[in-house]
Design a protein around this ligand. Structure first.
Ligand code: GRF
Length: 209
């Protein structure tokens, strides 16, 4: 019997890539049904080291002040498509993808976010949750659409805010949950237990009234 196909994953990062590192560790298990085939970034990201340790190829398509966004997106898309991924994961990728890139990869494009969407979208979710004084925030994995953290939710989980939490402590606690949700989600997509085409047909998450 032929071995089942393994899901080919490209991960995009911008920073330290601790969530990427967790996914790579999970994929070190030969039983895990997905493989990270390349890691890309919008800069020379520190997190590339996690890929390099495993001889996984990396690519960067830098974005500077005078960069044309659409040209940048096209160059990034070319690099991504070279690896023929079945799934692209934004894991701490801190730049909005142009709509043409989103449409080319949809629905096989997911993102992790350090809040319980639709609460606290955007680049400062942990800071915003602390500033709002909420008693709980969360972590979300969602399908990417054209908006800022507006895509349909695949899975999410609450994370308590503890008295005395600062940004670092709270973000670390959220990231521990993000990692688990990401690893489970990629596994479920690979096994066909999560179907992104069905999820992406759903309405985007909306704020509670
Ligand atoms: C994660 O919380 C991600 O959701 C957010 O940035 C963080 C990335 O952390 N957008 P790392 O680079 O994986 O350590």
């Amino acid at each position: 019997m032929p071995a089942p196909a393994v899901l080919r994953v490209v991960v995009l990062i911008s920073g330290g890539g601790s969530n990427l590192a967790a996914l790579l560790e999970a994929a070190d298990d030969p039983q895990y049904p997905a493989r990270v085939v390349a890691v890309g970034a919008d800069r020379l990201a520190d997190g590339f080291t996690h890929a390099e340790e495993r001889s996984i190829p990396t690519f960067s398509v830098p974005f500077a002040a005078d960069t044309d966004r659409d040209e940048w997106g096209a160059a990034l898309l070319e690099q991504i498509e070279f690896w023929r991924p079945g799934l692209v994961v934004l894991s701490g990728f801190m730049r909005l993808l142009p709509p043409a890139v989103v449409h080319a990869l949809a629905p096989n494009l997911i993102n992790t976010h350090p809040a319980y969407l639709p609460e606290f979208p955007g680049a400062h979710a942990v800071r915003d949750a602390l500033a709002a004084g909420v008693s709980q925030t969360g972590a979300t994995v969602m399908v990417v659409d054209d908006g800022v953290d507006t895509g349909p939710v695949i899975v999410q989980e609450r994370v308590p805010v503890r008295p005395g939490d600062d940004h670092g402590a709270l973000h670390e606690r959220i990231k521990a949950v993000e990692r688990r949700l990401l690893i489970d989600t990629v596994r479920n997509i690979a096994l066909g237990a999560v179907r992104l085409s069905a999820i992406s047909a759903r309405s985007p998450a909306r704020p509670q009234p």
